[in-house]
Design a protein around this ligand. Structure first.
Ligand code: PLP
Length: 403
């Protein structure tokens, strides 16, 4: 794969970079019209958007110009001062989420770290020193030690134990398993409204209603990790809107900056007030370049047509997948919402092989959980691009079935 120059570039990366990623043999340089383009000019159709990040696509000239404008003004400003884009983005995100308060950080894991600290400080100050956190099997919340401590997948955790204490795992969509863990020492519960990495598994509406009632009754801070599902990915601004309830705390990242790294914690004053000066902070949080991106992303996404388009594109994908499922019994189930879609593949076939073969045919897709293909394209994807990508996917499924 790749010519001499590409091979040399990859070798340099392996030599000088940490070898903690299993990478596909391609060096990307640019992107256009729904395609990622490598250093040799080869185009790959993109159904994964940098793992649910490049929500605006790659061709939004207004977005690029706004970022250029901000670079011309100022890139970084310390949090010991206010900065203008940060103030505007804070107000916009507070309005978009309906939460009183917003804290900006730099990634999904960091947003979850902050939310866990908020649960702990709430427990210390207002719940007789309660420290227990409930999380879920098969969840994914990030790679830092705190986020890993609430990530319910042994493969990510086992090399790093001991992790933070007082974390207990329940079974997703099983209310009894949650109830069994409740006592007056529980300060927080963290969960994804759709388990993304875990296999694109949506939470049941009834289960969520019970969780909401339980957390209110027991005075437990309910944290929704919407790092992957938030910012219109699910066809609504936030996935909790599908569930007819609201968490107490919301964490965001990925699509929030449209590709510029930024995360956020949103909470009502009832919980946000526990972060007083010096309890929490981060050098880059609220960085003017990143918050200028947030400002743009939020103003775009809050347009009715934008969300309509995400919903329509998601429905179009599902329609097409239903047809594909009829033709290919290896597809066992289609699940997800908006433009976060999983295809559960028969265990007889390897999802890793499908992803690899798709790559070799210049289609970028993801896997998730146990034998699930995951699709998380740009939110601006067109029908034409969907059709082209699915043509490649069908060819790949055909060849894998025949092999
Ligand atoms: N939470 C969820 C639900 C995620 O899907 C991810 C990343 O995949 C994270 C947290 C971690 O985010 P980051 O990689 O930005 O730290």
């Amino acid at each position: 794969y790749g010519g001499k120059i590409v091979k040399q570039m990859m070798e340099n990366c392996e030599k000088h970079g940490f070898n903690n990623y299993t990478r596909y043999p391609v060096v990307f340089e640019s992107a256009k019209n729904g395609y990622m383009i490598d250093v040799e000019g080869t185009k790959y159709l993109d159904f994964m958007a940098g793992i649910a990040v490049n929500s605006m696509g790659y061709d939004d000239e207004d977005f690029k110009n706004i970022l250029k404008d901000q670079i011309g003004k100022i890139i970084h400003c310390s949090n010991i001062y206010y900065n203008a884009p940060m103030i505007r983005a804070t107000e916009l995100l507070s309005k978009a989420t309906g939460f009183d308060k917003v804290f900006f950080c730099n990634s999904g894991a960091e947003a979850n770290e902050g939310a866990l600290k908020l649960a702990r400080i709430f427990g210390k100050k207002s719940k007789n020193g309660a420290t227990k956190i409930i999380a879920f099997a098969n969840s994914f919340h990030g790679r830092t030690l705190g986020a890993l401590s609430v990530t319910g997948q042994p493969k990510y955790r086992e090399d790093f134990t001991p992790l933070i204490p007082d974390v207990f795992f329940a079974e997703y969509n099983n209310f009894d398993s949650v109830q069994k863990l409740i006592d007056d020492k529980v300060c927080g519960l963290i969960m994804e409204p759709i388990q993304g990495e875990g296999g694109v598994i949506p939470a049941d509406v009834e289960f969520m209603k019970q969780i909401r009632e339980l957390c209110t009754k027991e005075n437990i801070m309910l944290i929704f990790d919407e790092v992957q599902t938030g910012i219109a990915r699910s066809g609504k601004m936030f996935a909790f809107e599908h569930l007819g309830m609201r968490p107490d705390v919301l964490t965001l990242a990925k699509g929030l900056g449209g590709g510029v790294p930024i995360g956020a914690i949103c909470a009502d004053e009832k919980f946000a007030r526990y972060f007083t000066p010096a309890t929490h902070g981060t050098t880059f949080g609220g960085n003017p370049l990143a918050t200028r991106a947030v400002e743009y992303v939020l103003s775009r996404i809050s347009q009715k047509e934008f969300l309509e388009n995400v919903k329509n594109s998601g429905e179009y994908f599902i329609e097409k997948f239903e047809i594909l499922k009829q033709k290919h019994p290896m597809i066992k189930q289609i699940r997800g919402k908006g433009l976060l879609i999983g295809l559960v593949i028969d265990e007889k076939f390897s999802v890793a092989d499908i992803v690899k073969k798709s790559f070799e045919n210049h289609l970028l897709i993801l896997s998730a959980g146990n034998n699930t293909l995951r699709f998380a394209p740009s939110l601006t994807i067109t029908r034409d691009t969907i059709d082209k990508g699915l043509e490649i996917l069908e060819k790949v499924l055909n060849s894998i079935e025949k092999a």
